[in-house]
Design a protein around this ligand. Structure first.
Ligand code: SAH
Ligand code: SF4
Length: 342
């Protein structure tokens, strides 16, 4: 069976040609998939009944299922989405009060090979890459379920997007052309795959690049992220400077605050020094607890002091609001498995 969602307008036009139907039909179907977010061909009511029956012989809108849906007390919704091969990923919808923005936090892989010590996804190891259709399907699932239109996408779910770059870039193109989500409303977060950052710089990517730095020096970063041994912080910084030069875009530096580990005034000063010549904003992320780790969240006092010191160095600093922690939907808590199966 052919899956219609994930097809671009040109592809739908080609398909309609095979059916002996007009380009206008393709446009109608495109609209049903990406704007009206239907789940079945039967819902495409401006197509004739006979044509719908014919189409149903060959195609379906989607084969993805919502396996579990959880709604947090703050309005965040977490979906466990199941693909036809039985693999699952988590996708989170965040709404921020007094803003019209609806942000989808999407996964790019099932599991993750990078294995950061603080992250639930990493503990699972790498299972497989998602196809671009499977990536965009997450946003369609949200739209179908809520009847709302997603306005922003962040690649901050499970997986390392730069290790599945081809599919991530194709998904970006579809978000742009078919969902009408502007490139600048899309953020890709990476643990720091240096050659791929250089590739994005060459492509003059206009999306926001967020970099999971989490430590001000090699020694501390290596304790958290094994990737530091492959792409050390000095090389990473060079790649980031190059990225800013080539794209003109400001980078977001993500920094998890872990009590007594990387949240001290000394760490803040070292970080300020490291970032002084990099065009970036800083996003501080209070550590979210994950089973089997020794880390603890920083105290509010330490978070505020760290923020103050970074601001003092001239950077714009935000502290990430914790969303959906009561349903394990906050950063780093995504596993992509049903608890009962574990
Ligand atoms: N693999 C990519 C994108 C997914 S992770 C990356 O690592 O950047 C999205 C963000 O959540 C990253 O900044 C990641 O470091 C952070 N994160 C992971 N585990 C966390 C935890 N336990 N508490 C807070 N943030 C966490
Ligand atoms: Fe992978 Fe990102 Fe988790 Fe690290 S933080 S294990 S790169 S998903």
């Amino acid at each position: 069976m052919l899956t219609l969602s994930g097809l671009k307008l040109e592809e739908l036009e080609k398909l309609m040609d095979e059916f002996g139907a007009t380009k206008f039909r393709a446009k109608q179907i495109h609209n049903w998939i990406y704007t009206k977010s239907v789940s079945t061909i039967d819902e495409m009511t401006n197509l004739s009944k006979d044509f719908r029956e014919e189409l149903k012989q060959k195609a379906v809108v989607t084969e993805t299922k919502i396996k579990v849906k959880q709604v947090s007390s703050d309005g965040t919704i977490k979906y466990l989405i199941e693909y036809p091969d039985g693999e699952c990923v988590e996708t989170v919808l965040m709404r921020f009060d007094n803003r019209a923005n609806l942000t989808a936090c999407v996964s790019s892989q099932v599991g993750c090979a990078v294995n950061c010590s603080f992250c639930a996804t990493g503990k699972r190891g790498f299972i497989r890459n998602l196809t671009y259709a499977e990536i965009i399907e997450q946003v369609l699932t949200i739209q179908r379920d809520t009847g709302l239109k997603v306005t922003n996408v962040v690649f901050m779910g499970q997986g390392e997007p730069l290790l599945n770059l081809k599919n991530v870039l194709k998904a970006l193109e579809i978000f742009n052309d078919d969902f009408q989500i502007g490139t600048r409303r899309i953020t890709i977060s990476t643990s720091g795959i240096v050659p791929k950052i250089n590739e994005l710089a060459e492509a003059e990517l206009q999306s926001t690049l967020a970099i999971s730095l989490h430590a001000p020096n090699h020694k501390l970063r290596a304790e958290l992220m094994p990737i530091e041994n492959k792409y050390p912080i000095d090389e990473l910084k060079k790649a980031l400077l190059n990225y800013v030069e080539k794209t003109g875009r400001r980078i977001t530096v993500e920094y998890i605050l872990i009590h007594g580990f990387n949240d001290t005034p000394e760490a803040a000063k070292e970080l300020a020094l490291l970032l002084r010549d990099l065009k970036c904003n800083i996003n501080l992320i209070p550590y979210n607890s994950v089973d089997d780790t020794k880390y603890k969240k920083s105290t509010n006092n330490d978070i505020m002091q760290f923020k103050y010191l970074m601001e003092h160095s001239g950077k714009k600093v935000t502290v990430r609001l914790e969303r959906g922690a009561d349903i394990d939907a906050a950063c780093g808590q995504l596993r992509g498995k049903v608890a009962a199966n574990e």
